[in-house]
Design a protein around this ligand. Structure first.
Ligand SMILES: [Zn+2]
Length: 152
């Protein structure tokens, strides 16, 4: 998971899916372009954009320009370009906060997940920031199926 990214403001879906496969992605639509570029430079992250024109007077250390407007093509493009691993880190990061989720005691999430899921699963994870709970239910299988479809 060594590659880290900053995604430009219009790339929300791509940002979420890179987090789904476990990558560290800064995405914040409230930030100005210049702030995003500064963070990317300072934290040694790859700045990914779909903009055709970027300010001439700003240095971007690691820039990757997407050609496609289509999300699936963008995802495939980034995965292939940077040799990302789409399997090992899947579901290890909160898609909202970018935080790494931590395994928690089953008992501690009893009131926060549907009874059926609580009964049916043994492993639960929690985002340390937003406290959202994750488990490898139907959503997990659908996600893997979607990834396979995109990468085919
Ligand atoms: Zn979170």
């Amino acid at each position: 998971m060594e590659k880290k990214f900053v995604l430009d403001t219009m790339l929300e879906k791509l940002a979420r899916w890179l987090r789904i496969i476990g990558y560290d992605v800064i995405f914040n639509p409230k930030m100005e372009l210049i702030e995003l570029i500064q963070i990317a430079n300072y934290q040694n992250r790859i700045f990914v954009t779909r903009r055709r024109y970027l300010p001439m007077d700003v240095t971007i250390n690691n820039l990757y320009k997407l050609m496609s407007e289509n999300f699936e093509e963008q995802f495939r493009d980034v995965v292939e370009k940077f040799g990302l691993d789409i399997k090992s880190g899947i579901f290890t990061r909160c898609t909202d906060c970018n935080e790494i989720v931590v395994k928690v005691e089953k008992e501690s999430v009893k009131d926060r997940v549907p009874e059926m899921s609580w009964q049916g699963f043994q492993e639960f994870y929690e985002c340390p920031k937003c406290k959202k709970v994750f488990w490898k239910g139907a959503h997990y299988k659908n996600t893997i199926r979607k990834l396979e479809k995109i990468m085919r």
